[in-house]
Every structure is written in structure tokens, then in C-alpha cells.
Design a protein around this ligand. Structure first.
Ligand code: SF4
Ligand code: SF4
Length: 203
């Protein structure tokens, strides 16, 4: 299979999710309960949320949070902190049956809702809604196709072993955040060394 760069895959991932979001809006949203008037907030129901994502989706979430006008650097750190806490509190693991693990989603922000709603919402979250009549529920065929496309994109960027590695949002988000931080620190060190070398040469 021809490999994709992360950048190219992220663009395609966004398109796939946007297309799915439009499909749900056009065909089902009118029959679903309005989340803005709901007091249950299923995203924070730690017995209910078991959303699992791929590495590529976690990367998309990380970029969305980093670039969101609603998330300043302090808020970003706060989200990372509560994501870490969620891992400990709900005993989330990277291995085993990760779909059986449930948690309150750290991407839910009081007064705003889902912080990645527009750009990086996982497909199960796009699919989910509350309907009075179960006949109105979205079909699962489109959902399965979208998840297959997401998996394929993920496989085209990363190696097969990792590509198969679904995990909860907190597990993947912290892994990506740590990798990004390590990358940032390495770049800073490199920059420092370059400047130090130049200074040494000129002295
Ligand atoms: S999906 Fe249902 S439970 Fe969740 S916020 Fe919307 S209306 Fe409420
Ligand atoms: S990703 Fe967004 S929609 Fe999905 S559970 Fe978290 S806050 Fe809710």
C-alpha cells in the first residue's frame, strides 16, 4: 500500500469526517433531540463514553486544540492536565479490551461543549444522538464505511502494528502530547546548539 505523509492524511481525514457530519446533519439531525437543551451531557457520563480513536485522529485532535481560538496556551495545559487525570481516575489502559473502558471525556468544556466538534470529532460522536423513535436512528452502514476509511488512512501513515492500535481518547491524546513536547524540546536544544556553535566560532 502506498504510504501517506501525516499532513496529507490529516487533510483527507478532515474531509472524511466533514462528509460524515454533513450526512448525519442532512438525514438525521432534525429528528434528534437538541443537545443544546439537554441537561444530561452524555460526554461527561463516565459509565457511557467508551470512544476509541486511532493515532491519526489523536494527532488531529492535538492540532485542533493547539490552533483553536478558544484554547489559549493555559487552557491547552489545563486540558492536558485533566486528560492525564482521566487516565488515572478511570484506570484507562493502552492494551487489552480498550472498548470496554469508559470515561468522562476531557474534551468536553462547560459552556462550549465538544472542543473538537468542527474539526476532529471522532466518528462515533458524530453518529451519536438521542432519538425518540429508534426507527429514526442513523444507519450503521455509513458509519462503518467512515470508520474503515479512517483506519485505512491511519494504516497508510503508520506501521501496521500501531495502526491497529485503537485506544481511548485520553490514552492517545497524552501519548501525542508527550511526543510533541519531546520533539519541541529536541528542536529547542538543536537551535541552542546551533547558536552556541556560532557564538563559539565568532569568539
Ligand atoms: S446526545 Fe443526547 S444525551 Fe448527549 S447531549 Fe445530546 S441530547 Fe443529551
Ligand atoms: S470527543 Fe467531543 S463529542 Fe466525543 S465524547 Fe468527547 S467531548 Fe463528547
Amino acid at each position: 500500500m502506498h504510504k501517506f505523509s501525516e499532513t496529507k492524511a490529516l487533510v483527507q481525514l478532515r474531509r472524511v469526517k466533514q462528509g460524515f457530519s454533513n450526512y448525519i446533519s442532512q438525514n438525521y439531525a432534525a429528528k434528534a433531540k437538541d443537545c443544546r437543551t439537554c441537561t444530561i451531557v452524555c460526554c461527561q457520563d463516565s459509565d457511557f463514553v467508551n470512544v476509541n480513536i486511532t493515532r491519526l485522529e489523536a494527532l488531529a485532535i492535538w492540532h485542533t486544540l493547539k490552533n483553536s481560538s478558544r484554547v489559549n496556551p493555559e487552557k491547552f495545559q489545563e486540558i492536558i492536565k485533566r486528560t492525564r487525570k482521566a487516565i488515572t481516575k478511570y484506570n484507562l489502559k493502552a492494551t487489552g479490551d480498550t472498548f470496554s473502558q469508559t470515561y468522562s471525556c476531557p474534551l468536553f468544556e462547560e459552556g462550549i461543549g465538544c472542543l473538537v466538534h468542527w474539526k476532529a470529532k471522532p466518528a462515533p460522536c458524530i453518529q451519536h444522538g438521542c432519538y425518540e423513535d429508534w426507527h429514526d436512528l442513523p444507519d450503521t452502514k455509513e458509519f462503518a464505511q467512515v470508520e474503515h476509511k479512517v483506519e485505512t488512512l491511519n494504516k497508510r501513515v503508520y506501521n501496521a502494528q500501531e495502526a491497529e492500535n485503537y485506544a481511548t481518547i485520553p490514552i492517545w491524546l497524552i501519548r501525542i502530547a508527550e511526543e510533541m513536547l519531546a520533539r519541541e524540546l529536541a528542536n529547542n536544544k538543536e537551535d541552542k546548539e546551533v547558536y552556541t556553535d556560532d557564538e563559539n566560532k565568532s569568539s
